[in-house]
Ligand binder design. Sequence first.
Ligand SMILES: C[S@@+](CC[C@H](N)C(=O)[O-])C[C@H]1O[C@@H](n2cnc3c(N)ncnc32)[C@H](O)[C@@H]1O
Length: 228
Amino acid sequence: MPLLDALARFNDAHPWSHNAHFHPWILRQLPRHCDRALDVGCGSGDLARLLATRAGHVHGIDSDERIIGKARESTDPGLPVTFAVADGRSYDQGAPYDVITCVAVLHHLPLTEALVRFREQLAPGGILVVVGLTREDTRVQTLLGLASVPLNLVTGWIKNRGRTAPRRPVAMTAPTRPADVPYTEFAREVRRVLPGARLRRRLFWRYTLVWKKVRGDVDPGTLRTTQR
Ligand SMILES: C[S@@+](CC[C@H](N)C(=O)[O-])C[C@H]1O[C@@H](n2cnc3c(N)ncnc32)[C@H](O)[C@@H]1O
């Protein structure tokens, strides 16, 4: 369709990261200071470096060797941040964490398994903050998606104003894939595995999820029953 092609061309020429847009919001969910933080699927490490303003040590993991190379290159060696090529489905070193973040990655992982793993890896009182994507299957999501179209154009234009050539953020060179789990199914599973989680649908085709692990949380291993 000519209109969709024109939109795609405009967006290509005016790139900006929808994920980085949520970074200030993520920081607002976190305690002023914590000991250990893990960023799962850290990509080029932008969020891990920001978390280092709050955490004694931040570890960023990603399964893509090339993007971990970029994360290391962009990180001042004096920062308390380390990166590793690792699979978020099996990584289990360094736990428990006071903070776990996961931005635009959960739809790359088996949902139930990943939620249970986050719950297990958090320290009592620790906090999980996720920004992610699901397949649109609710009216609210459709409306937010439609409202995001003009806002996306305007934001892209403002962020690239005055540039002769568009500068694609390094973060946008990380591997991506479309989300296939519908929001309704996703929300049901979040409520089951992470009771009390704060889940919201957002602009720019994202949801946000915050869950705090209470002290005395039960072993969630038995919740690994529904798999995707
Ligand atoms: C859309 S990018 C998001 C990167 C970064 N969190 C951001 O906000 O810019 C998805 C990232 O998840 C990583 N990823 C995919 N599957 C993974 C897995 N099984 N374990 C760890 N990282 C994974 C990809 O390599 C990619 O860097």
